[in-house]
Write a protein that binds this ligand. Structure first.
Ligand SMILES: [Zn+2]
Ligand SMILES: [Zn+2]
Length: 247
């Protein structure tokens, strides 16, 4: 004995999937004589009948059986799509998935943006809301202001790093604006880098190689290479941090 699938394959040359779909149509049409007739006669492609079988009712099946002879598959599909609309909006038309390949840094910046937006709006935002805001409004959500650092300089950092730690491989939100040359030594805000908590701590242990250069040249060190003066300042920082005084 053959299974219905084997039979359909040997006799009708149908794949397993086609057989399954045709059987399903037959089941849906058993109480719909007009459509069933079209189905059995085989004059109308079964793709169209499958489409209509998914929504036809006993009441309107006669009407559909006429439509499938005169209308194309495409026309039927858009008609059916429209008829399953709820509250005037079909959710399938509203949303579409997008697969984006982003640099880790860019993705982190996007996440930080979303978090800040939620903080500003005081409620959770969907990714859709977030993109919507981005598209509508080019201005970024301002980060917490750094102490005594001129706004123009903070804006420049914001533009470049968008609230993410400057360490090359780091994707964490920036926690502080750090002075790689130490403010206590330079008394200026010329060289600034936003850093996360961890990289800030590492910086003040002298463990970031080329700390005063562009972050693309940064690397972690096992032993500090900082100057004596910097080490002295960092010792103060380390003590302060332990006392939770912070930066
Ligand atoms: Zn610092
Ligand atoms: Zn970091």
């Amino acid at each position: 004995m053959y299974s219905i699938y084997e039979y359909a394959s040997r006799v009708g040359g149908l794949s397993h999937d086609s057989t399954r779909r045709i059987l399903a149509i037959g089941e849906k049409l058993f109480d719909k004589p007009h459509l069933n007739k079209k189905f059995i006669e085989g004059e109308v492609g079964w793709g169209k009948i499958e489409l209509v079988a998914s929504i036809a009712t006993i009441k309107d099946e006669k009407d559909w059986s006429k439509k499938i002879t005169t209308m194309s598959f495409g026309a039927l599909r858009s008609l059916i799509k429209k008829s399953v609309v709820h509250d005037g909006v079909d959710a399938r038309d509203l949303y579409e998935n997008l697969n984006l390949k982003l640099k880790r840094k860019t993705l982190s910046q996007f996440r930080v943006y979303k978090k800040r937006l939620e903080k500003k709006e005081r409620h959770p935002m969907t990714w859709d809301d977030t993109v919507d805001t981005l598209l509508k409004n080019k201005t970024t959500v301002p980060p917490k202001p750094g102490r005594n650092i001129p706004k123009a300089k903070q804006d420049k950092l914001e533009e470049k790093y968008k609230g993410v730690c400057a360490f090359p491989t780091c994707t964490k939100p920036a926690d502080v604006i750090h002075h790689p040359e130490r403010y206590a030594l330079t008394k200026n805000h010329d060289n600034l880098k936003p850093l996360c908590k961890v990289h800030h701590e590492l910086a003040h242990h002298g463990l970031i190689k080329n700390e005063e250069q562009d972050p693309t040249t940064w690397e972690l060190l096992q032993k500090p290479e900082n100057s004596y003066l910097k080490r002295k300042i960092d010792e103060k920082y380390q003590k302060a941090r332990l006392q939770s005084v912070g930066h």
